[in-house]
Design a protein around this ligand. Structure first.
Ligand code: MG
Length: 341
């Protein structure tokens, strides 16, 4: 859904197609921001530098030393470069993306973390030796960002923010399991958290305000999505979610019992978004999530602290380098559910 697969591109409308533009100028000088504390950042750095140099790019490496440092490095140093690359987790990529928002400099995301949600969502290979030439010879996607204004300073996300099951997934996945299993660790923890919330009836009261319209219900999870799918499409959030349409999609999951929960999971897996009281979707430019009691929130796999959460959209804020998108390859995926009107 949010993942840019050949069949997604075949469904792009002309206005959506404008978001994908050919690179205007070649990348000759690049700032590579590496997080040495990320899961694979240190190990993959020599490969990333080597791949950039082989491609004729003059590359300077800057290491992050603390949270927030990637954004500072972009603001202080990126004006001298044609592009910024990050090698680390989604947190490092999103700090750089937020700091690049509104500039003409593109961002190349190299995977060095555990989830690598953004890289997976746009089809960037996880090995930098493959990713670098594909990004330099690829296209630019102009993507929206979610801007979390309830954080001080405001933070950004590309894929999704949420409260409930997904925040539990981030908080509870042990680091040894992440190191051993990578992205599979999150899948295991998410499944466990989903089952537990239903069996123990761990619901919370949610007051969701979308562009001034208020919804209230007991929920097990609320997701504010920019991309429609994560973890290489293992989890799909809802129908018609696009990363370049100027709105965020609030997805509200309220299973009342195990049967509801099973049905929701089955429908998400099959991309069946028919009307269902346990799955509600609303899109808008400004979204506020309040919960009773306060719950832990996350964005792109990073913990944010407790609700309330206030998010606005930054339309087409970042030029993301992505591999060349194959327009004319035959579809290898099952047909998608029809998009919401
Ligand atoms: Mg959108």
């Amino acid at each position: 859904m949010g993942s840019v697969s050949p069949e997604d591109l075949a469904l792009l409308t002309p206005s959506e197609e404008r978001a994908r533009e050919a690179r205007r100028s070649p990348v000759r000088r690049a700032l590579l921001i590496a997080n040495p504390a990320s899961r694979l950042g240190k190990r993959r750095l020599p490969r990333a530098v080597d791949a950039l140099q082989k491609a004729g790019v003059d590359c300077q490496v800057a290491f992050t030393e603390r949270p927030g440092h990637a954004a500072e490095l972009v603001l202080e140093r990126s004006a001298h470069y044609d592009a910024v690359f990050t090698l680390g987790g989604d947190g490092t990529a999103m700090e750089a993306a937020g700091a690049l928002a509104g500039t003409s400099r593109p961002l190349g995301v190299l995977a060095g973390g555990t989830g690598n949600l953004l890289a997976r969502a746009v089809g960037i290979p996880l090995d930098p030796r493959r990713a670098v030439p594909m990004l330099l010879g690829g296209e630019e996607l102009h993507i929206d960002l979610g801007r979390i204004v309830s954080c001080n300073p405001p933070r950004h996300f590309a894929v999704a923010a949420g409260v409930g099951i997904d925040a539990a997934m981030v908080a509870e996945t042990p680091s040894w399991l992440k190191r051993r299993l990578g992205v599979l660790a999150y899948t295991i923890t998410a499944t466990r958290a989903a089952l537990r919330s239903v069996l123990r009836r761990e619901f919370f009261h949610v007051r969701l305000t979308v562009d001034g319209e208020v919804f209230e219900a007991a929920a097990a999870a609320v997701m504010i999505a920019n991309f429609g799918a994560v973890l290489s499409d293992r989890i799909t959030f809802g129908p018609g979610i696009r990363f370049d349409d100027g709105v965020l999609d609030a997805c509200f999951y309220s299973p009342r019992n195990l049967r509801d929960a099973t049905r929701i999971m089955w429908r998400l897996l099959r991309r069946d978004f028919a009307s269902d009281y346990a799955m509600v979707y609303r899109s808008g430019r400004h979204i506020r999530v309040e919960t009773d009691p306060p719950r832990l929130a996350q964005a792109d796999g990073e913990l944010l602290g407790m609700t309330p959460l206030e998010i606005e959209i930054a339309p087409r804020a970042v030029r993301l380098l992505v591999p060349k998108q194959p327009n004319d390859e035959p579809s290898t995926m099952p047909p998608r559910a029809p998009d919401r009107a």
